[in-house]
Design a protein around this ligand. Structure first.
Ligand code: ZN
Length: 97
C-alpha cells in the first residue's frame, strides 16, 4: 500500500482486512475491522493504509487501476466514513500484517 493513514487510531480486538476492487482485484485498503459480519463501511480512522491518498481524496473511493467506484464518502457517528457500494469490493483477512 502506497499511503499510510495518519488518521489511523489503533484499537484492540480488530483484525486486518485487505479490501480490494471487485472488478480488477487491485488491493485498495488495509482495514482494521472490529467485528465479524459483512463489511459495509470503511471508517477512515480504522484504515491502516491505502492505495489512494485519503488526505487529498475529495470524492468517493475509486479504484486506482480500473476507476470503478467502490465506496461513497459520508459519515458515521460523526466520523469520516466510506460506505461500500454493495458487491463492489472483495475482502480477505490478513495474517501477520
Ligand atoms: Zn479496479
Amino acid at each position: 500500500m502506497k499511503y499510510k493513514n495518519p488518521k489511523y487510531r489503533k484499537k484492540r480486538n480488530t483484525f486486518p482486512l485487505e479490501v480490494s476492487c471487485g472488478n480488477c482485484k487491485t488491493p485498495m485498503v488495509i482495514y482494521a475491522k472490529g467485528s465479524k459480519g459483512n463489511l459495509i463501511k470503511l471508517q477512515v480512522h480504522r484504515i491502516i493504509a491505502s492505495a489512494v491518498d485519503l488526505e487529498n481524496n475529495e470524492g468517493h473511493l475509486i479504484c486506482t487501476n480500473c476507476k470503478e467506484e467502490l465506496a461513497w464518502k459520508g459519515s458515521f457517528d460523526g466520523n469520516e466514513t466510506y460506505w461500500i457500494i454493495r458487491g463492489k469490493v472483495n475482502s480477505k483477512r490478513l495474517s501477520g500484517y
